[in-house]
Design a binder for this molecule. Structure first.
Ligand code: ZN
Ligand code: ZN
Length: 470
């Protein structure tokens, strides 16, 4: 599960994304294409994605877009009768937002409101606004959410994002992080609702020109955007025509797998593949396996990140041993780490290397003490649509759903029993890793064999030839 980073294509997370996105519009660190010629530093021509589809990659683009919107609303954020939905969205995503608004009303939402933001404005404010002004938050900005959250019908929030990897390129990064940190602090009472899943919330993506060009630099902008749309439709199970039905079935499968994993009461999992990986990951005390479907405090199901394929839990920070080889390039601070390997002893990285970006990997591991240990182990079959697509998205929201992964850095308190109620010390005692970072790196191979060791001594086969054996 990805965590928010401050890097190129932003990293999202079900737990932490709203830290970044819950506040005022300038805190949105990744936004979409400008509707005009572009804004300072970025000459981006607009591609009105919803009007130029005739004769291009999919004849039925508008139909698929509608299905995507329905899926995002019905399965992603799932507004309930009587509930208000707030959509946070960039101007360029207006056609998608409009469809989501209709879909939410059809689903019974009491009201649907859209908070618009815009790249050019965000950039101008961050560039030209004083730090004093940018951190001068007013109570209505927080009450905007709390008033609804505290009302009888409550609220849910949908974020429609389209990354621009370089929206703040060239600006003072220290100022950006101070402003974002101030915003996170100010919005903390609202964040408490989302972090603890008290209300439903969801993040879904659509292409932007800069993101599409990053993925497909050889294509012209129009073609790159089309290709990215096609990919998003494919990996979000929209292309087949029944995304709501397919996702309900998919989430049921993930929950069944999660329940089976928990029933094993595993002490450790062992990864082996022909690329040399031979890694034993001991699990944290009372580790619980999770899948990405969530429930709010009233039991309403929702999907914080779209798409999702993983079943994941917390390793024990001192009980990871062996060597592991990366199977996908990894983007850290906007640069690639390729062909890496890492050797663990008693939970800590003791040796590492990479064919490309070895220094970068070193920097990542040197971030703080906890960065040399892992805080997540996640199982994703090689048969996942994202892996089958063969594409590298440069976005953890997508890439981590292509393969089994481990994450350097912090663990999620929710992946140990009652962990969200434990103190930092109590979490550490259970072996839950702590760090300022959480960086998911892909380790699943086409021939991964994964076994689990149960606390009662049994050994169970979890993965064979890269896919679930349960
Ligand atoms: Zn994960
Ligand atoms: Zn993660």
């Amino acid at each position: 599960m990805p965590y928010v980073g401050s890097i190129l294509i932003s990293q999202y997370t079900r737990r932490f994304a709203l830290f970044q996105r819950g506040g005022t519009s300038f805190s949105v660190s990744a936004v979409d294409i400008s509707s005009e010629k572009g804004y300072t530093g970025h000459k981006i021509n607009c591609v009105p994605f919803f009007t130029r589809r005739k004769g291009t990659f999919v004849e039925n683009f508008n139909e698929l877009l509608k299905k995507y919107a329905d899926f995002i609303v019905r399965v992603g954020v799932n507004p309930q009768p009587g509930q208000t939905l707030i959509i946070r969205c960039s101007l360029e995503a207006a056609p998608l937002a409009r469809l989501c608004v209709r879909s939410a009303f059809e689903a019974g939402a009491r009201d649907v409101q859209v908070d618009w933001n815009d790249n050019a404005v965000s950039r101008s404010r961050m560039e030209l606004g004083s730090e004093e002004a940018l951190t001068d938050f007013k109570s209505y900005q927080l009450r905007r959410y709390l008033d609804y959250a505290e009302s009888e019908g409550s609220v849910c929030v949908l974020h429609l994002i389209a990354d621009d990897p370089e929206v703040y390129a060239g600006l003072d990064s220290a100022k950006i992080s101070r402003v974002n940190a101030a915003n996170r602090k100010f919005m903390a009472p609202w964040r408490e609702y989302t972090m603890n899943d008290r209300v439903q919330w969801s993040i879904a993506a659509m292409p932007s020109a800069p993101w599409a060009k990053k993925m497909f630099p050889d294509l012209d902008t129009d073609a790159a955007i089309e290709k990215l749309w096609q990919l998003i439709f494919d990996v979000c199970r929209v292309t087949g025509g029944d995304p709501v039905g397919e996702w309900k079935a998919h989430l049921d499968r993930l929950m069944t797998l999660r329940d089976k994993m928990n029933a094993f009461d595993l002490e450790s999992v062992h990864f082996k593949s022909s690329n040399g990986t031979d890694l034993t990951v001991g699990l944290a005390d009372k580790a619980s396996w999770e899948s990405a479907g969530s429930r709010n405090e009233k039991g309403v199901e929702f999907l914080p990140n779209i798409p999702t394929e993983e079943v994941f839990t917390a390793p024990h920070k001192d009980k990871v041993n062996g060597v592991v080889y990366g199977t996908k390039p990894y983007v850290f601070n906007g640069q690639l780490i390729k062909g890496f390997h890492v050797t663990f002893k008693d939970g800590k990285v003791v040796e590492h290397g990479a064919e490309e970006g070895a220094d970068l990997l070193g920097q990542l591991l040197d971030t703080d003490e906890g960065a040399r240990s892992i805080g997540e182990v996640a199982l994703v079959p090689a048969s996942s649509p994202i892996n089958r697509s063969g594409a590298l998205f440069y976005s953890t929201l997508f890439d981590e759903n292509a393969a089994c992964h481990i994450a350097f850095g912090a663990s999620y308190p929710g992946t140990t029993a009652d962990g969200t109620r434990l103190s930092k010390e109590e979490l550490l005692e259970r072996g839950m890793n702590q760090s300022a970072i959480h960086e998911d790196v892909m380790i699943g191979a086409e021939d991964s064999e994964i076994t689990g060791k149960c606390r009662d001594g049994r050994t169970v086969t979890l993965f064979q030839n890269g896919v679930w054996a349960l």
